[in-house]
Design a binder for this molecule. Structure first.
Ligand code: NAD
Ligand code: SER
Length: 317
């Protein structure tokens, strides 16, 4: 059977990179990118889609005979706290639409990104295990836990092959993040490369789990490629890349920009970060489908700075 892929939320931080990787893997004609608005410089097939509109989603799935859906659209942790009920509505309605369209039209596989935001204050914050008590502190986290449980339900009740990862904060040079609590760890590199100082919205010592974009995308593709009998977690797999504090990240950047300056002005996102793990035990992912991250903090810093320098040079020439 020919694989036809639909990416929902294709122009976000993760979608931009994942869509391109899937185009390389499957071919330009096998990947349909979708998002709320189109992008002039996008190369490939695109459909405008609000994923909360079931009929519009169903039309695309039937038009292209979609066999695999990557459902990336969501409102993230920090933006979510500004409009809690709207966030719940968008995150859950879009997921139900994806699950239902997949069930009705016999889509083979669905990918659903969950998050370190699912954990709350009832957990061991160091090396947080796969399935502790989940009592998230944000509406975003509540929507992700609920999403995980619904995925598990659709797998058990209908046999729908939904696979999921709890991404740590994702750091990449390809696009800017979309309103999360870990955004500082992307913004800081842009400031360093532009020779500007950086004001951090988290305290210097706030350790959080993070992952370099290349690792996050590779994990997604490896999970989706794994044989079905190897997938033992049907809620969402813990996934680990690295863990660091703003101060450690600052010192990593200072190895390349010795004059770089940082100041700290924690805001409402500090409380969100305080409710999240410091590090993650991802042994289920390692055991089930041989997950292993490749990037540590200094490797990531080197590549982030190299790529952002290339980018800023290209737009100022
Ligand atoms: P993002 O905010 O950068 O991108 C989300 C995209 O979804 C945007 O392009 C937006 O236009 C689109 N979108 C929003 N509402 C939509 C709707 N109703 N219909 C269709 N499209 C819609 O987010 P991201 O960082 O790329 O994250 C992608 C997914 O991964 C999200 O589900 C997020 O919760 C999850 N995740 C991200 C991170 C991270 O650090 N970036 C960490 C953990 C989990
Ligand atoms: N990076 C995401 C956020 O901060 C975690 O899901 O919201």
């Amino acid at each position: 059977m020919i694989n036809m892929i639909l990416v929902i939320g294709a122009f976000g931080q993760l979608g931009t990179v994942l869509t391109e990787k899937l185009q390389v893997k499957w071919g330009l004609n096998r990947v349909i990118a979708s998002d709320l608005v189109s992008k002039a410089d996008f190369n490939g097939h695109f459909e405008t889609l609000d994923a909360t509109d079931f009929k519009a989603l169903e039309q695309i799935v039937t038009k292209y005979k979609i066999t695999e859906i990557y459902h990336l659209a969501a409102i993230l942790s920090a933006n979510g706290e500004k409009f809690p009920l709207h966030t719940w509505d968008v995150n859950m309605t879009s997921l139900f639409n994806v699950l239902e369209v997949a069930r009705i039209h016999k889509v083979n596989k669905v990918f659903y990104p969950s998050s370190i935001a699912v954990f709350g204050d009832k957990i061991e914050r160091v090396n947080t295990p796969q399935s502790p008590n989940l009592t998230p502190a944000t509406v975003y986290g509540i929507s992700k836990v609920s999403g995980e449980i619904w995925n598990n339900y659709y797998y058990n009740k209908y046999g729908l092959d939904v696979r999921s990862l709890r991404y740590p904060g994702v750091i990449g040079y390809q696009s800017l993040p979309g309103g999360g609590t870990t955004d500082y760890a992307v913004d800081i590199y842009h400031k360093a490369v532009k020779n500007e100082s950086f004001e951090c919205f988290l305290e210097a010592t706030t350790k959080l789990p993070m992952i370099f974009m290349d690792d996050a995308i590779r994990a997604t593709i490896e999970l989706m490629d794994a044989p079905i009998e190897d997938i033992n977690v049907r809620t969402s797999y813990n996934l680990s890349g690295m863990s660091f504090t703003p101060k450690e990240l600052y010192h990593s950047i200072k190895k390349i920009y010795p004059d770089f300056k940082i100041s700290y002005k924690p805001d409402f996102r500090q409380n969100i970060a305080n409710s999240w793990p410091k590090s993650i035990d991802d042994s289920s992912a390692r055991n089930d489908w041989e997950w292993k991250p490749a990037f540590d903090l200094d490797m990531m810093t080197e590549l982030m700075i190299q790529k952002l320098k290339e980018y800023y040079n290209s737009i100022t020439v």
